[in-house]
Ligand binder design. Structure first.
Ligand SMILES: Cc1cc2nc3c(=O)[nH]c(=O)nc-3n(C[C@H](O)[C@H](O)[C@H](O)COP(=O)(O)OP(=O)(O)OC[C@H]3O[C@@H](n4cnc5c(N)ncnc54)[C@H](O)[C@@H]3O)c2cc1C
Length: 191
């Protein structure tokens, strides 16, 4: 006789547990207090708008192996859509600020080995620290903070100056466009 398993909650965790227990031969009873399954990760029909809405943004990272295993188990892997690269564009309606979070492919944060990316990330941090984005530090200071040479800092600053993201005057760096600079940071977003 197969065992009976009671699962409490039909959120993603409960649904995955129920499917796995049944796969292993148990007779599963799934209890859910709400009138629907899905828990915090579900869609609902909004009668006012006449469309099906998700209850909130859900970003699913491919490294989330448990969720991926659940999707495979229920044959839903093909229902996912996503970017070919691990990156997520965001837009802040209140400020108009747009940025993209880029993940480092694989487990290693490889951007830390890229000196130019480190310089750009430092500049974003500094621009957000100092008033009006004016960074009163020398190129040597920025180089020391980014763990690279002054020549690399100079190369990055000249390039960003050409692209209109920074202005250089009297040893100061004015970051004119943090969003643009951030977009060229390679991976991740500085906050
Ligand atoms: C707006 C929003 C955005 C999110 N965005 C992301 C995202 O981008 N990426 C991400 O990975 N995660 C995100 N999350 C988190 C993710 O949704 C949750 O981590 C996940 O859904 C939790 O699943 P769960 O099954 O553990 O719990 P829940 O979804 O909370 O499910 C628990 C279920 O148990 C039921 N229950 C509780 N007590 C009882 C009881 N005594 N008897 C019967 N039933 C009971 C509840 O009604 C519920 O249905 C977001 C969550 C929200 C709300």
């Amino acid at each position: 006789m197969s065992r009976r398993v009671f699962v409490v909650g039909a959120g993603v965790a409960g649904l995955a547990a129920a499917v796995e227990a049944q796969r292993r031969g148990a007779r599963v009873v799934l209890h859910e207090a709400a009138p629907h399954a899905g828990g915090r990760c579900r869609s609902f029909f909004d009668a006012k708008l006449g469309v099906t809405l998700d209850n909130g943004n859900h970003l699913l990272l491919s490294g989330n192996q448990s969720t991926m295993a659940y999707l495979r188990a229920i044959g839903a892997t093909g229902t996912l859509i996503g970017p070919t690269q691990p990156e997520y564009p965001f837009f802040d309606v209140a400020t108009g600020d747009a940025w993209t979070v880029r993940m480092s492919p694989g487990r290693l944060p490889r951007w830390i080995f890229d000196a130019e990316t480190r310089v750009r990330r430092r500049l974003v941090e500094l621009a957000e620290t100092y008033e009006d984005g004016v960074v009163p530090l020398t190129q040597e200071d920025i180089a020391a903070m980014a763990g690279t040479s002054r020549a690399t800092v100079n190369r990055v600053l000249r390039e960003e100056q050409k692209l209109g993201a920074v202005a250089l005057a009297r040893g100061r760096t004015s970051v004119l466009d943090v969003a643009e600079l951030r977009a060229r940071c390679g991976y991740g977003r500085m906050t």
